[in-house]
Design a protein around this ligand. Structure first.
Ligand SMILES: Cc1cc2nc3c(=O)[nH]c(=O)nc-3n(C[C@H](O)[C@H](O)[C@H](O)COP(=O)(O)O)c2cc1C
Length: 395
């Protein structure tokens, strides 16, 4: 199940940075719902948050809910974590004093889930004893706070009060979720190597060939493995995704670089999950200079790349090896051949032509084939859920 994050946005000058927070949470495979105050909507439009979160933005207390449950109660229950960023002095003051006069404050009051406030304001406001007392009161009640950064503030003053970097806020939120989710720490002590994304093969210094792999499956695996307590190394091709700070990330470009990184990291790992989509071929002689248009057909010659999984299969010993088979036809036949040829323990087969399976989406439809020949198919699920099924194989 995807983590459900409610991002509360209140009316501070740092509102625009909340767009980046929402975007970064989404990139970490979270389902984000934004609740804005009316004053926040003076700074940034709900439409921007709606577009980035891909969920309706909630502002009005008295909009009729489209189901039986009152909306602020259903949001309060649905959330795994509330992140209020930026949190105004006003919003914090209201919660500290039990005032709930809008959708955000009412939902925060109605929730038993963890709430993280990320205050941002002018330093005089921040240092005001009334505000500090409110923070202390809420901290004593179990609410979490991130300390603002120090620097040049929007008002021109220099001091404490800046909203921390969105990446830091997302890391902090993920760590809180991680703390909350200690229930499933069944991979503690395991070292797992995961690959993700495509590789690129250069044609000349400015052009390359690649494939449609988005990296989402590999990143979901890395986050889930990290969450379940394992030490994770993630080797990623060029993708626009970010991962938790605790994950050791190695970025590569070509299949040769991927191979070198995998062989190097495999020495100190218990399991390899190869979710990357390395290119089977590279351009035989990439041009050193940018190729010029000749007005004639361009013919490129390709050389086969090393089969990384097969080469690791030869040296795997008793380590666990899991591969993926993305096919467009005869899925099971191809996958069973692959498991034997590459000496794998499991193969995760998916027919990338099926709607909801494969590369760029947030869902996948998989069939797990074990080296003993047993086969189990699963319905369409989020990539995070698929990741946990794959990790269960290791357990
Ligand atoms: C241009 C401008 C910038 C503001 N920036 C902040 C801010 O950074 N932090 C803050 O606590 N209040 C700030 N305020 C004041 C809040 O908007 C005000 O306290 C408002 O009542 C907050 O409403 P809300 O908490 O319901 O969103 C700002 C006001 C204006 C007009």
């Amino acid at each position: 199940m995807k983590k459900q994050i409610i991002v509360g946005v209140t009316g501070g000058i740092a509102c625009y940075k909340a767009l980046d927070i929402v975007s970064k949470l989404k990139k970490r495979d979270m389902d984000v719902t934004v609740i804005m105050t009316k004053n926040a909507a003076e700074f940034v439009t709900p439409l921007s948050f709606e577009t980035i979160s891909q969920n309706a933005v909630i502002m009005d207390m008295f909009d009729s809910p489209d189901h039986w449950e009152v909306e602020h109660i259903s949001l309060a229950k649905k959330a795994d974590l509330f992140v209020i960023a930026p949190a105004t002095a006003n919003c914090i003051g209201k919660i500290a004093n039990g005032i709930c006069d809008d959708m955000l404050t009412t939902t925060i009051m109605a929730t038993k889930k963890p709430v993280l406030f990320v205050p941002a304001m002018n330093s005089a406001m921040f240092e005001n004893l009334i505000f500090q007392e409110n923070v202390q009161k809420l901290e004593a009640l179990g609410y979490s706070f991130m300390k603002p950064a120090t620097g040049l503030l929007a008002c021109g003053d220099i001091g404490i009060g800046k909203l921390p970097d969105p990446e830091e806020i997302v890391d902090y939120s993920c760590n809180l979720l991680f703390e909350i989710d200690k229930r499933k720490q069944d991979l503690v002590g395991r070292k797992i190597l995961i690959t993700a994304g495509p590789t690129i093969e250069n044609i000349d210094p400015v052009r390359y060939i690649t494939n449609h792999s988005s990296g989402k499956m590999g990143f979901a695996l890395a986050e889930a493995a990290f969450e379940r307590g394992s030490t994770v190394t993630l080797i990623s091709g060029p993708v626009g995704l970010s991962c938790s700070k605790g994950i050791r990330r190695i970025d590569i470009g070509t299949t040769a670089e991927l191979s070198e990184a995998v062989h190097d990291a495999f020495k100190d790992t218990d399991a390899l999950i190869m979710a990357a989509a390395p290119s089977d071929y590279r351009v035989s002689s990439p041009s050193k200079e940018k190729m010029k248009k000749t007005h004639e057909d361009l013919i490129l010659t390709f050389t086969e790349n090393e089969d990384i999984l097969a080469s690791v299969g030869k040296i795997k010993g008793n380590k666990c090896l899991i591969g993926f088979a993305a096919e467009t036809q005869d899925l099971i036949v191809h996958a069973v051949k692959k498991i034997e040829r590459k000496n794998l323990d499991f193969i995760i087969a998916n027919d990338v032509t099926q709607e909801g399976a494969g590369f760029s989406g947030d869902t996948n439809i998989i069939t797990v084939i074990k080296s003993d020949g047993s086969i189990k198919s699963y319905p369409k699920m989020s990539k995070r859920e698929v990741a946990n099924i794959i990790l269960d194989l290791l357990v």
